[in-house]
Design a protein. Sequence first.
Length: 270
Amino acid sequence: MVACLVTHPLDLAKVRLQTAAKPGQSLISMVYHIISQEGPLKLYSGLTASLLRQGTYSTARFGVYEFLKESYVEKTGKSPNTTVLLPMSMLAGALGGFVGNPSDVVNIRMQNDSSLPLEMRRNYRNAVDGIIRISKEEGVKSLFRGLVPNLFRGVLMTASQVVTYDFAKEILVDFCSLDPSKKSTHFSASLLAGLVATTICSPADVVKTRIMNAGSNKGGAVSILMSAVRNEGVAFMFRGWLPSFIRLGPHTIVTFLALEQLRKYRVGMF
């Protein structure tokens, strides 16, 4: 959630680029457009939903991943290698994607609302209001729109992000003689993790965003995906890669720096 506060404007620009009717805008032009047309405060549109998403999705995936690692060490007496960490992270990512799906739907809609015509805007007051209105107006099932690509993205994100971080940190300590307790080590490992995660997750992220932003009358996931491929080509799945990395890089760095400090002082740990 700390990382979310830092990178929310970049996440907003990424969502706008992914849902734009016409490709071609850059991150800078999108941010400028939002500020000039809607005002600086609109860079934090949907912040409550974004915080709720991190409080559900990220809490679940990081918590399950750390729990599984600790359980493995307790049972075997040794640290898990990459072949063990991968299935752990995939399970954690899937559970996180499921838990966080409702808040993710609201998050994407709130971030993209100001770019819609006035008659199509949803005008959710906050994340809770959004969840309640979606449940009433479209049915509870709509809170799980895009669940399959979101689960897929959760698996890819967690596997590429946390496993890459653990692996990179181990390499930096063992082969580059860096201090595992230093913030510079955490920074380097998390930067690499952000780069890998952005590249691997981009297709699932774009597809998920399109499906969640669509109304309940726009068809299912397959029809939305096929329509996008016909109209824009397969390359649409990598739209917004640069803003995704510019957002996910700092987000990953702040997340792991905060996580390491929480771990150091055993905040929330027993």
